[in-house]
Design a protein around this ligand. Sequence first.
Ligand code: ADP
Ligand code: MG
Length: 249
Amino acid sequence: MTTTEPILTLRDVSKSYGRIDALQDVTFDIRPGEFVGLLGPNGAGKSTMFQIISGLFAPDAGTVTVFGKSHAEGSAAILSQLGVVFQARSVDLDMTIKENLAFHGRLFGLSGRRLKACIGEQVERFGLSDLQARKVRQLSGGQQRKVEIARALLNGPRLLVMDEPTAGLDAPSRRALVQDMRDIATEAGVAILWATHLVDEIEGADRVIVLNAGRIVADSTPDGLRETTNTPDLTDAYAVLTGPQKAST
Ligand code: ADP
Ligand code: MG
């Protein structure tokens, strides 16, 4: 465990939609380079939390600081160092990989050789170099997801938040993506907050935050979760922490 300052801090964050308490008193930190799983069933509040971290809306109560600042103090400075992969697909299907990345890069002030180099680095990282001129519509689901992640990494973020990034992928593609992202966290020193309802994706995480019905019910290492719930594997630990789960896709 590192002693460096957290790059993401949530303190007593709450958010309701009418009578639905989507988040209640959520408190945690993320430090540089950590790979943290945010594990919770559908409706737990994961996407709401990501929207608040991204500054799309403010919490009803509590504070969020990213790189030491709140969104009210300086959203532009935060967004220049934050990578976000939303749950819903947000890449333009009728543009090529290169066009998608170039457009996004320009939004971050990249241009000319630097833009080209940043795009080159990311397409190579994700094995997309030979497909750059292809329209995103013509790619597999896994490749489309990689384009989105490559785009989120273009500006060299220090923190990447990913909301169910494996949605719609088959099991081998899911495993490959998890491994890729672990490697990126290690190589590039990027902290990753990875939301999922699938336990196998976060088995290798440094830490797992378990969210259920808007509340954090555990924040520990995978081993720590097994120990505190006295269960042999994470799936059992998750079931103990969140109650019986409906089969989910
Ligand atoms: P998750 O991403 O973990 O599935 P969400 O953050 O999407 O959870 O949702 C948390 C709760 O808030 C759910 O009960 C959901 O139905 C509700 N919710 C989410 N967004 C809205 C909204 N815009 N209006 C009303 N209720 C919402
Ligand atoms: Mg969600």
